[in-house]
Ligand binder design. Sequence first.
Ligand code: GTP
Length: 515
Amino acid sequence: MFESLQDRLGSILSNLTGRGALSEKDVSAALREVRRALIEADVALEVVRGFTERVREKAVGAEVLRSVKPGQMVVKIVHDELVEMLGSEGETIDLNAPAPVVIMMAGLQGSGKTTTTGKIAKRLTEKQGKKVLMASLDTRRPAAQEQLRQLGEQTGIATLPIVEGQSPVEIAERAVQAGRLGGHDVVILDTAGRTHIDEPLMVEMADIARASNPHETLLVADSLTGQDAVNLAKSFNERIPVTGIVLTRMDGDGRGGAALSMRAVTGKPIKLIGTGEKMDALEEFHPKRIADRILGMGDIVSLVEKAAENIDAEKAAAMAKKMQEGKFDLNDLADQIRQMQKMGGMGGIMGMMPGMGKMKDQMAAAGLDDSIFKRQLAIISSMTPHERAHPEILKHSRKKRIAAGSGTNAAEINKLLKMHRQMADMMKAMKGKKGGGLMGKMMGGLAGKMGMPGGMGGMPDLSKMSPKELEALRKQAEAAGLGGGAGMPKLPGLGGPSLPGLGGGPGLPGLPKKK
Ligand SMILES: Nc1nc2c(ncn2[C@@H]2O[C@H](COP(=O)(O)OP(=O)(O)OP(=O)(O)O)[C@@H](O)[C@H]2O)c(=O)[nH]1
């Protein structure tokens, strides 16, 4: 799988990495090739389009890290987008429900449903010590139930005794009951396949799902069928609550399009992949590993990651200097917010601070989550470079345009601008003051201790702050839209001033020096 894509992408991108400076034209030309390669690999057109667009956006806007060639940046961006497209790491069968947990298998005839049923049962038995019962609901093909019975014998896993004349729904109900009485942890229902999707099949699936209430409904799709597999998954997903996808025959020489588009088109995770006919040829799906394999440029990716870490540290120093000069525009604010996101958002940062766990819960309860950062970044990136550098020119009509561009509203934009103004004012006030009073304290090097790239400005020690300082911090948090919300206690000094600065790196604006 992926061999041809691997070759194509490899040569397109290594052409790029070989060069010195990289123009937008170079990037566009390379992306045209990437696009062609993905289409040839049978990746869904809509997915290809979105993919290359996102890569272009990031590549053109990316600041090239020193010590890294522009082309290497592009490799890293393509890699990250591939991972994103493939889905999140660690998706696997979820058994977190009262026993017996029902897993319903669905898919076309010959997709590998029965084989996969056996593989999953064996895996859950051997790796997780589960007691599993398998049942075939295929009443159309006489040999189907017998096939599963034999598979059970071969693997030593229990199968539901065959009773002639029962309907699929009756078998499903009997299986769940037998699972309960027999003390099974898991019951796997292998439903009947068809050569194609038709209405009776969908009705049958829905009926079985209603009768057995599956915790997982896994769609088995043959990865060799490429886009057909993806379309199939889409149709199934519209009718029955699919929770995950198993792609079989990943050991074959397919072009990989199904694997690459499945997540993006269906929104459902690929939970497992079949990699052979043998009963243990079943693997978890690791997006990062697959992306590494497709690109085959792991060394460049890690090189860029390293460089990005260094640059974070440099940025921190540059930001500190800017602050000391009293300069702080919306680009700087965006940097702050990104830094904050990198550190795991509010949750990540508060989790690191002793005693903040509770506040994290309270914030979650008040509906304050990291989406605020995404919206703030969307606002800033909908501005022109000139607007970012000179936010004071933002009047009604510009705000209207930005709101439309970022999917936000004028009130949110005003809030962001107010927050920025307060931060900038504070920096101006600090100008010239050596050490920056409180800021000096805040900038203490927690970064090193935590191994955070880019210097997470040390958090202020709340217990040593005067009431005035605490009040100032609280106001900042409020201005950032993070204080005083429903159910939010007026907690002193929610971390750094203005949440994007919450411990957020160098740009912690600091507070006026205590008199
Ligand atoms: N190479 C390879 N072969 C597979 C894989 N999964 C299943 N097969 C083979 O595909 C064939 C069909 O598999 P089945 O499990 O019988 O398919 P099914 O979907 O249950 O088919 P019906 O019972 O007819 O609906 C068998 O020969 C399997 O050995 C896989 O991941 N790789």
